[in-house]
Ligand binder design. Structure first.
Ligand code: ARG
Ligand code: ZN
Ligand code: CA
Length: 432
């Protein structure tokens, strides 16, 4: 009993010390392990979700996930350049959106063998608030490297704390915090940015970008297209570097080949660096280290990995649960008075793994209906089948045994108008 009490008191002390450390700006009392650069948090993919359950959960996410962004600009009064304009910040967010949604103007430069991997990630970022301009007396925010190692000492992240000359982050469960400032890690190569993985301590959660790497801008630098933010937001959504931060290491993503290490500059052709590569390094991926003008894409595997943060229990699920905007877009389409409700698929929907045993689907009869339009698609393909039913039921034929399908129903009303589609239901065709 006594021993238990001692342990509890000790734990309380640890908490107090941590809180104090945060206030005392940059003291070394932090528990270092919490701030390791490489979080070992695996994607939700490996966290108790079977491949099938995960597929279903990913399919249920809204097609576009909206992330509110809060930007903190730290500037020294002597440097006009550090006080970057609101317009440039908006252009940077626009570029981030193009990059994440496969709308970047340079996507056509992806070499042929890698094109089939290009992904539209369906993640959209929006400034939630005008950028916060925070005057600071710090000319540089120094991130001291740990002795002899490559990792940053998180206790030196003064840019994230008001008491230390920086700016406090805002509600990290609801906003992606972006700090922009004159950062350095003391090494000769300019540090362009860094980001936290999900699961990081709240007050530190977000990404930090060197002010000259905000773009696209007119500078002739290798980082003039705003891709640093794209790369760091990739980390914030739990992506690792392609090489898994070790030689021919594993980034956990099935469709990114292993590669020996970072690529640099602006490669035109790939090269083979690890066993098992089909076409060589994926050097044009945002999670490599090439120049901004050479990074062009995320892969489907990276998209799913990033989106898996938003399913329940995922590292960024608070963004879907709390954002009225996302809720509204998920509910849109279900609020029409003529929208049918599918009635015999509840089991299949709630237990993601349940086989769909019957082959008949029924829904609530809608008074104003003349007929119903039935939309079925095979998950993972672009194949969509439309059919018309005169009654509130449909018999499904020719399903591929064991395959996953999504079905949605629309009412066709007397005046020929279509209702909004019903909630999409997912089911698995019976295995044979
Ligand atoms: N070195 C930083 C990181 O690994 C950022 C690299 C960004 N590269 C670029 N071309 N902007 O997080
Ligand atoms: Zn990185
Ligand atoms: Ca991989």
């Amino acid at each position: 009993m006594k021993r238990k009490l001692v342990i509890i008191v000790f734990l309380c002390l640890v908490v107090v010390v941590q809180v104090l450390a945060q206030k005392n700006c940059g003291t070394k009392d932090f528990v270092e392990s919490t701030f390791e650069e490489m979080s070992d948090q695996k994607g939700i993919i490996e966290k108790g979700n079977s491949a099938l359950a995960l597929k279903l959960k990913l399919a249920l996410l809204p097609p576009v996930i909206n992330i509110p962004v809060w930007v903190h600009v730290l500037y020294h009064p002597d440097s006009a350049a550090q006080k970057i304009s609101e317009q440039l910040i908006q252009e940077q967010i626009d570029e981030l959106n193009r990059d994440f949604n496969k709308q970047n103007a340079d996507i056509g430069q992806v070499p042929l063998p890698f094109r089939k991997l290009e992904a539209d990630c369906g993640i959209h970022f929006k400034l939630a608030h005008a950028p916060d301009y925070v005057k600071t007396q710090k000319r540089v925010f120094m991130l001291k490297p740990n002795d002899g190692s490559d990792t940053y000492n998180r206790s030196e992240e003064s840019i994230k704390f008001k008491d230390c000359g920086g700016a406090d982050g805002v509600a990290d469960t609801r906003y992606l915090n972006i700090w922009i400032g004159n950062i350095t890690d003391g090494k000769p190569l300019q540090l362009l940015g860094y980001g936290t993985y999900p699961g990081h301590q709240d007050a530190f959660d977000g990404v930090v970008i060197y002010y000259k790497a905000i773009g696209p801008n007119a500078d002739k630098s290798a980082w003039n297209r705003g891709r640093t933010l794209t790369h760091e937001v990739g980390h914030w959504l739990n992506l690792r570097h392609l090489w898994g931060d070790s030689e021919c290491g594993d980034d956990g993503i099935f469709d990114t080949p292993r590669q020996a290490g970072p690529n640099q500059g602006s490669p035109k052709f790939s090269h083979f660096t690890c066993p098992g590569q089909a076409y060589g390094d994926l050097f044009m991926d945002y999670m490599d280290q090439v120049d901004d003008s050479a990074m062009l894409m995320f892969t489907d595997g990276q998209r799913d990995w990033m989106r898996s943060n938003f399913i329940e229990s995922g590292g960024r699920s608070s963004f879907l649960l709390q954002s009225a905007f996302n809720l509204a877009s998920a509910l849109a389409g279900r609020n029409d008075q003529h929208t049918p409700v599918v009635t015999n698929l509840h089991d299949a929907q709630s237990s993601a793994q349940g086989d769909f045993a019957g082959k008949k689907i029924t829904w609530t009869a809608v008074k104003a209906a003349t007929q119903y339009k039935v939309l079925i698609n095979l998950l993972g393909s672009s194949r969509q089948k439309e059919s018309i039913s005169k009654t509130a039921t449909v018999k499904l034929n020719h399903l591929k045994p064991g395959s996953l399908y999504q079905i949605s129903i629309q009412t066709v009303t007397v005046d020929g108008k279509l209702s909004s589609p019903s909630t999409p239901y997912l089911f698995q065709a019976t295995k044979q």
